[in-house]
Design a protein around this ligand. Structure first.
Ligand SMILES: [Zn+2]
Length: 202
């Protein structure tokens, strides 16, 4: 890849090209920039990455990121609404719209559609049920994607919560079928949130 085939550089380009939005070409540009600014960029970046690696973990209760030494907000504050999303990117998108200011629950993915519902793949569904139980939550907003997997997951959660006195709502139309929350535009997301509808259970 480089004229002298420096293996350290090739390795770095390979890693960086795995980041979202960066193909091999832009990864190469990033690496060149880094090398040209060794002191200003490589040093602080190495340090910042090490800090994140060491100190940032996923909360086992709500799935959000937290500092390793600090209690997660989900354990220290009371709340009566939880918005359930598939991943952190989805939460950030909803946060950006400013329409919802409550707590989140980040599942960490979706249930596989065909492998049977026993395969929860480490999704934080049991802990969601616990949070609902412990905090006397009044509303759970299911903001999973309008994909088959997202909807399968929403159904499973709805079923898991059927014994609790909690209102379950899901995002309304506006998010077209097949759209992942992360890629929905703000307008659609706002209208889907505003018009969220209760899920009727029998
Ligand atoms: Zn938490």
């Amino acid at each position: 890849m480089t004229d002298n085939n420096i293996k350290e550089i090739e390795n770095l380009i390979k890693i960086i090209s795995r980041l979202p939005g960066l193909g091999p070409k832009s990864a190469k540009r990033v690496v060149l920039k880094l090398i040209n600014k060794r002191e200003e960029l490589i040093k602080p970046l190495t340090n910042a990455l090490a800090q994140v690696y060491k100190n940032v973990v996923r909360c086992e209760n709500c799935g959000n990121l937290k500092s390793v030494n600090i209690n997660c907000i989900c354990l220290t504050k009371n709340y009566d609404q939880i918005c359930v999303v598939e991943n952190i990117a989805d939460m950030w998108v909803i946060e950006n719209t400013g329409i919802y200011k409550g707590h989140y629950h980040i599942l960490g993915g979706t249930l596989p559609t065909f492998e049977g519902k026993n395969n929860k793949k480490g999704l934080l569904i049991d802990s969601l049920v616990n949070r609902v139980k412990k905090n006397s939550v009044k509303e759970v907003i299911l903001a999973t994607s309008a994909t088959v997997e997202g909807q399968t997951t929403a159904h499973y959660i709805q079923d898991s919560l059927k014994d609790y006195k909690v209102k379950i709502t899901k995002l309304a139309q506006g998010i077209s079928v097949g759209t992942e929350i992360e890629f929905a535009d703000d307008g659609s997301l706002l209208s889907a949130f505003k018009n969220r509808s209760p899920i009727i259970t029998n």
